[in-house]
Design a protein around this ligand. Sequence first.
Ligand code: ADP
Ligand code: MG
Ligand code: MG
Length: 927
Amino acid sequence: MVDTQTTSERPHVAAKRYIYAWGAGTAEGNGNMKDLLGGKGAGLAEMTLAGLPTPPGFTITTVACNDYFANGKQLPEGLWQDVLDAMKQVETRSGKGFGDPKNPLLVSVRSGAKFSMPGMMDTVLNLGLNEETLAGLIALSGSERFGWDAYRRFIGMFGRIVMDVKAERFDEPLEHAKAKHGADAKDTDLDVADLKALVDVFKQVVREDTGRDFPTDVYEQLDLAIKAVFASWFGKRANDYRNSQKIAHDLGTAVNVVTMVFGNMGNDSGTGVAFTRNTFDGTNELYGEYLVNAQGEDVVAGIRTPEPISQLKTEMPASYDEFLKIGRQLEKHYKDVQDLEFTIERGKLYMLQTRIAKRTAEAAVKIAVQMVNEGVITQKEAVERIEPAQVDQLLRPQFERKALAAAKAINTEGLNASPGAAVGKAVFDADLAVEWQAKGEKVVLVRVETSPDDFHGMAIAEGILTARGGATSHAAVVARQIGKPCVAGVSELNVSYATRTASSSKTGMGFKEGDWISVDGNTGRVYAGALPVVDAKFEDQPELQTILGWADEFARMAVWTNADKPEEAAQARAWGAHGIGLCRTEHMFREGDRLAMVRGAILVANVATRAKAKAAAGEALNADETDAVATFDAAMAKLEKLQQGDFEGIFKAMDGLPVVVRLIDPPLHEFLPNLEDQLVKVTRAEEHGGASEEDKILLATIKSMHEQNPMLGLRGCRLGIMIPDFVKIQTRAILNAQIAVRKAGGNPIAKIMIPLVGHVNELKATRTLLAAEADKIVAAAGGVSVDYKFGTMIEIPRGALTADEIATEASFFSFGTNDLTQMTFGYSRDDAEGGFLLKYVEDKILPVNPFQTLDDAVAGLMKIAVDKGRSVRPDLELGICGEHGGDPESIHKCEKVGLDYVSCSPFRVPVARLAAAQAALSTQHDK
Ligand code: ADP
Ligand code: MG
Ligand code: MG
């Protein structure tokens, strides 16, 4: 990339080209060079190339950072000489001199990795100041106050960021100085005498804490600052952040050295941060805030409460118009909403940063649709741009409206910084939040303001509440990014870390640590207690539906749903499911008084089944046997009728779409009481005068069914082979339901799925039995044609490995990846997930929990099965019905394996639709 981009060649001495400069309308780098220049450097170069006003500067590349570490934390050969040359160029372009007492050039030193990273080094502003250059700055600006303010800021920042002095060491004297001007005094109340005194104190602090004097040589300042940026790449916060966001550790950070421009040169100056569209709700308007007579960090740090950007229109109309125009230009250029930083120095606007804006899920979806309508991006780009997690978030619960209306908020004002409803116990520090959460508590993190040090607490909290900071504060930005509800800047809230309480100065209401609170990230309100939450409505989100409609066009795989009940099926259908990929029939055996019926049947099932075989062979039955058969058949007949009703409901809800019905799957003992409970019951009863005959028989039956390893026991198709009536009545119920629905004018499509097949003969035997049963019913219905097919679930490794044999008996496969994962790994899921798997994932023995994200070896087995199956039956229909069907990463793997559809729980259907489209698009790109 590098070689094609460089236009102007600056001579350099280092072995590699480590520096790319910009300014005076030209740039050596450009916006595509994020790998090398980091996001900030690439953006500055690109803006310069686009003719936008940027202060001259240069970027030291990420490669230089990596070489610095490879070189034992020494600047690589020749780099320093190149820095000096680049500084010369900046001097020429800015018309100022670095360290020149008459006309001093000051610079900011800014870190900038490829991905924007909280936890990286903060920016050092005003670098290049010492007693001599300060005099020059004062002379040039004509303001002694401005000069001393810049100087004390520089010492504080440099001391903290580069020299590792604790922030409090500077904050305390600052607060102290402000206090002299009253309780509510601001930084701007400090006069020259205060600032001079502060500078002395700050220098003293540096001497005490570092054992050396504050550096006065401007090149030494620059050298130390560059090295501090490099060092911050491997700082703890940055490491933690990269781990949590899965960012590679070897990317390195770039360093940007930028001519200082001053937003604090009076009331015709200012600084701000703005998004080209509203990144909270998606409205197409400039969205942001600014401060008059302030330096950049003041806005971000939330020290003074900024004005909304709309105010700039009246205060500095020319700058506002120019900024608006620049914003539009950058949006068109980057084809996305931009997050901009600007400074106005005595009426002249400078652009300091542009990057793709982070946004809420709601804004993401709305803006994508807007931009398609404006012709800025294509439908495909819109679909690729939305993250599956954002779709998920839009369907997350909200506070129940009535309860919300009835509740009285603790606060009168607060910023709705990140949407959603959070309920949890208030906790005032991040470590404690993590501790409580580990004990199973739900927590809301409450802070005056957050910093990168709070990230671990924010990551596990239900929501975040801060008393200070605006829409661009750390809390707000991070919360939006990690999808947590957040209310920020509740300035009326007095948060006391000492007493672990918070209360509103406006309403007098409050809470203490451990109290339940409810945080509404949609409105900025906070409530005492735990308000009820309700599901979000898909129906009320037209833009989301539009995006998913486009997604369906690009997807190759269809999205079906796992639904056992008509209501679930209808729900999933409304959310865009194109069929049922798994209808489990177990609950049909459990509900209400059916369970008693089923238990009665199970007790006699074996005797009755054997008796029937005898009778079929022409042998006579004894009285017990005849009884058993009668009891069994009566129960089965009742169940059949009830199941038929269930299936009718499902077929109606999914009219015209396929319904995969899985025949009975779990081991029968799941329908009986637990062995220990029954044993205790009978033993107790025996002690007190005798147990009932029924209970004793039940106990004996449970004992006889006891298995060492039920997961590998009598279940799935094995059960149907041992006691054929269970699956026979299910098949009859399905067919009769179809006939009934068909007669009523419907179009039921059944796919009868035989589970847990490992050998083709299991399938063949079951299928032969059931096909005969189905034929009888169809014949009896006379003339009514119904659409049904038999297929199987591939969930045993042997099944996958012999899929070519199995496909001769199956018209479809559905991958049951829960069992397939269990059996491929040899883990019992129920035991593993609560136990050793946690450690496995933590210690990286496994990269992920394979029950959440499809393992590659399991996907490999699927691929074998797909290829073998299709080799004998090209029209074999292939899907997945394990829980992986709703996981975006697994969906990508399903696309690669070549499935026809994924099936997932109803509430995952919208996410899966997007993921299926993205999987198809990225697979196309790969080709
Ligand atoms: P971050 O990565 O935290 O956004 P930045 O490097 O963008 O850090 O800088 C922090 C603040 O300092 C921003 O408000 C930015 O606009 C301001 N800033 C950075 N460089 C300059 C400069 N050369 N002149 C004026 N303000 C600057
Ligand atoms: Mg910035
Ligand atoms: Mg299974």
